[in-house]
Write a new protein. Structure first.
Length: 429
């Protein structure tokens, strides 16, 4: 079984050689990895092929937090001193406390190379005027993506978040051809324009690049945004601890391909057993990343908690994936795994009878939830009979996800909107 099937054949020898040298020297640079490898009785210098990675132990977000708590600010796993770090980012912290991510000059150059390759894959070109609607502070989807778009030669409009009126002004005056933001903000901006009596399609946007949260690849969401803006939607996937964008969707491909080149090795594992999974079409699992040449945060077999489905293969044989959610967010309803994004996608298919905005109301912390699953869904502009719509949503959830749901339809605009990442669950009464 090939556990590293995301590495291109032409890159395999070079990646193996670089990774072997990197891992052999890692215990000297990082006390964390010296102790981790010793505790598991493994010697990374004995790695012969990329498939030997499976012999090394996993790391995860909790171990990084513990490492930084023990040796602040960057942790015992850091491979360089702070004086070598030119910028600090933070993980977005979907669960628990965020962790600091240090970037050296060489790390930054690698990030820019990988992210530029990803955006070119998604369709960005030098002639594009890109409205960059992502946070420009600690978020890795902010400044590093700015660097990548400028590397490509795009005209960058760095709006950030919390500045929607400025985004509208840019759309009115700068000839914006492409948007980049989270799926939540793309939806938010379109709704904001509609509330002003303006059609988003009138601004001439031709490309929409989304990332930063699961959902950009949901078929119903993509169709909705493409209709709303009259633009093509493509999705990217990254990880704050490893790199801003590592997978990118070629237009019309139906999935994202690995675009990290020779800097990262990707594995697919069973999230429960940790055993390797072949990235063949139809397979699903959790993404695991190992840095090949990272200086400050040299992660080895880092469990991302991103659950993906292999949707097919590109013409050159590269696996194509969709992120269906995070294992941290997954709910378990009578033994059935349910991702909140799947609920949202079902409700989105009924637009314009629904707005497509949902929240799942939980009686307490997950992941286990007793049925029926309580779902709030917003009515749309053409909802029709609410009772018929409510029953239809409940029946679709039961048919597609095999769980029983209790749906409450709420007025348009009553559920939370955000310019960053949507909160699909909340604890309520």
């Amino acid at each position: 079984m090939t556990t590293t099937g995301f590495v291109a054949d032409e890159d395999r020898d070079a990646v193996t050689a670089t990774l072997r040298a990197h891992l052999a020297g890692l215990p000297r640079r990082s006390p964390f990895y010296a102790d981790l490898f010793a505790a598991h009785g493994v010697d990374p210098a004995t790695l012969v092929s990329l498939d030997d990675l499976r012999k090394l132990p996993f790391t995860d977000k909790r171990t990084l937090r513990d490492s930084q708590a023990e040796a602040p600010p960057l942790g015992r796993h850091a491979g360089v001193d702070m004086v070598e770090v030119i910028r600090v980012h933070a993980s977005t912290g979907t669960t628990g406390r965020p962790s600091w991510v240090g970037v050296t000059r060489r790390d930054s150059q690698a990030w820019t190379e990988m992210t530029a390759r990803a955006f070119v894959t998604m369709g960005a070109r030098r002639e594009d005027v890109v409205l960059h609607g992502a946070g420009l502070t600690l978020f890795v989807g902010g400044l590093p993506i700015r660097d990548a778009l400028e590397r490509i030669g795009c005209t960058l409009v760095p709006i950030g978040t919390g500045a929607t009126q400025r985004a509208v002004l840019a759309l009115e005056t700068l000839g914006v051809t492409a948007l980049h933001a989270t799926p939540s903000y793309i939806r938010y901006l379109g709704e904001h324009l509609r509330e002003q009596g303006r059609d988003p399609r009138g601004f001439g946007v031709r490309k929409v690049f989304v990332g930063g949260e699961p959902g950009g690849g949901e078929p119903a969401f993509q169709r909705h945004i493409e209709r709303e803006w009259g633009a093509r939607v493509t999705e990217g996937l990254g990880n704050a601890d490893m790199a801003p964008v590592l997978f990118a969707e070629p237009p019309g491909a139906g999935g994202m391909r690995f675009t990290g080149g020779r800097h990262v090795v990707v594995e697919l594992i069973d999230p429960d057993s940790g055993e390797p999974v072949d990235p063949e079409p139809g397979a699903s699992g959790e993404l695991v990343y190992t840095s090949v040449d990272r200086e400050c945060c040299p992660l080895v077999r880092f469990r991302t908690r991103d659950r993906v489905l292999v949707t097919g293969r590109a013409a050159d044989g590269a696996p194509l994936i969709r992120c269906v959610g995070r294992t941290d967010d997954m709910l378990i309803v009578l033994g059935v795994n349910v991702f909140p994004t799947a609920i949202r996608d079902i409700v989105q298919t009924l637009h314009p009878r629904t707005s497509g905005v949902v929240q799942i109301v939980l009686p307490g912390p997950g992941p286990r939830v007793e049925p029926p699953l309580r779902v709030e869904a917003e009515l749309g502009e053409a909802s029709g009979d609410p009772d018929v719509l409510r029953r239809e949503i409940e029946e679709l959830i039961r048919a597609r996800l095999s769980v029983r749901a209790s749906v409450e339809l709420v007025p348009p605009g009553s559920l939370e909107r955000t310019e960053m990442k949507s909160r699909l669950t909340r604890i309520g009464g």
